[in-house]
Ligand binder design. Structure first.
Ligand SMILES: [Zn+2]
Length: 326
C-alpha cells in the first residue's frame, strides 16, 4: 500500500461544530472510542420527528412492499452480530466511554491505550466471517434487486461475502492513515510492526475469552501502559485507523456517493442500525423526502422509525434471508 500523499492535514478534518449539532459522524460501530456508545444524548428518544409510529410487519410484509422495486440498503452493526461482532447498542452491551477524534489526536497516553486494545481486537475482526444476512444481500444484488449498499460497519464483511457495490461510510478496519503525511498503509503491515515493538504483549492478553471484542476492532485490555505504538515509518507522524471517529466528518465525496446510491434505488432498506447518528439517519430522511418507501429491519426502536413505511422487529439475518428467498 503505497502512500497516498494527500493533503497532510487532512482526513480527519476536525470539525467539532458539525458534531455538536448532529452526532453525525460517529461510526456507530466504531469505537472504543468512539461512537457507538455514544452516549451522545443517550436518553434521547428515537425521535426523528414527526410522523406517526411506523406500520410494523413481518419479513413477508416487507417482501410484498418491496416487490418489483430496486433497493438500496443501509446496514449497521446489527448485520454483523451473527458474525460474532457485538453491537454496542444492543440490549446486552456494556457501558463504555466513547473516544473522540480530538482525544486521539491530542492525548498520547490515550493513543497508546487505543492502539494496545486495537492490536488485539483487530485480529478478532480479521478472523470473522460473513453470515447469512451478508450472503442474502449478495443474492439480492446478483438478482438485480439491490443496487448497492451503504454500510456503517468497518468490518468489510459485505465485501468478504461478495457484495460488489459497497460504500464503507465509516471507513475500514484494514487500513491505517498517517495524520501527518497522509500515507495509507495496511493494518496487517502495522500489526507486524506493533508485534515487533511489543514482544510478548499479544501472548499476554489473547487467551480465548480473555478480551472483550468491540465492533471497531477494539478490545478491552487493562494493561496497556507499557504498550509502544508505532509512528509513521515515513515521517514519524501519528497513525490512525482509517475509520471515522466521533468528532470527525465522513468525507464529503463519500457522503455524496452514498446519496447518489440512495437516489439510484426505488426504496431504502435499513438493516441492523438504530440510526442513532445523523451519519446514517440522513439517508433515511433523504429517501423519505423523495417519497420512497423505507423499510427498517431492526430489533428495538430506531431514530428512523417515524419515517419508516414499514418496520420489521426481527432478526436481521433471517429477515434478509427471507427477502432474498421471496
Ligand atoms: Zn507519515
Amino acid at each position: 500500500m503505497g502512500g497516498v500523499p494527500s493533503d497532510p492535514s487532512t482526513p480527519a478534518s476536525s470539525s467539532p461544530a458539525h458534531v455538536a449539532t448532529s452526532a453525525a459522524n460517529l461510526p456507530p460501530s466504531a469505537v472504543p472510542t468512539v461512537s457507538s456508545r455514544l452516549t451522545w444524548r443517550p436518553s434521547r428518544p428515537p425521535a426523528s420527528g414527526t410522523g406517526p409510529a411506523p406500520r410494523t410487519g413481518t419479513a413477508a410484509d416487507a417482501a410484498e412492499l418491496l416487490r418489483g422495486l430496486r433497493i438500496t440498503a443501509l446496514t449497521g452493526a446489527g448485520v454483523s452480530t451473527d458474525s460474532g461482532i457485538p453491537d454496542y447498542r444492543g440490549p446486552d452491551s456494556p457501558p463504555r466511554n466513547p473516544m473522540t477524534y480530538q482525544q486521539f489526536v491530542q492525548d498520547e497516553a490515550f493513543r497508546r491505550h487505543y492502539w494496545a486494545r486495537n492490536h488485539v481486537g483487530w485480529q478478532h475482526v480479521h478472523r470473522t466471517h460473513p453470515n447469512a444476512g451478508h450472503r442474502a444481500l449478495v443474492r439480492l444484488e446478483d438478482a438485480g434487486v439491490l443496487v448497492g449498499l451503504i454500510t456503517q460497519n468497518v468490518d468489510l464483511l459485505h465485501e468478504d461475502a461478495g457484495s460488489r457495490t459497497v460504500i464503507d461510510l465509516h471507513g475500514r478496519y484494514d487500513r491505517v492513515i498517517c495524520l501527518q503525511c497522509g500515507r495509507v498503509i495496511s493494518r496487517e503491515h502495522l500489526a507486524d510492526r506493533l508485534t515487533a515493538l511489543n514482544p510478548g504483549f499479544l501472548e499476554s492478553v489473547t487467551e480465548v475469552g480473555d478480551v472483550e471484542i468491540a465492533p471497531d476492532a477494539d478490545a478491552v485490555i487493562e494493561q496497556t501502559s507499557h504498550f509502544r505504538p508505532a509512528p509513521c515509518e515515513f515521517c514519524g507522524g501519528v497513525l490512525k485507523p482509517e475509520i471515522v471517529y466521533f468528532g470527525e466528518n465522513v468525507p464529503r465525496e463519500r457522503v455524496d456517493r452514498a446519496y447518489a446510491l440512495v437516489d439510484d434505488g426505488d426504496a431504502l432498506l435499513v438493516a441492523g442500525s438504530s440510526l442513532t447518528v445523523m451519519s446514517g439517519l440522513r439517508f433515511v430522511r433523504h429517501a423519505a423526502k423523495a417519497g420512497k418507501p423505507v423499510v427498517i429491519v431492526n430489533r428495538g426502536a430506531t431514530r428512523g422509525d417515524p419515517l419508516a413505511t414499514l418496520k420489521v422487529e426481527a432478526g436481521v439475518s433471517e429477515t434478509l434471508t427471507a427477502l432474498a428467498d421471496a
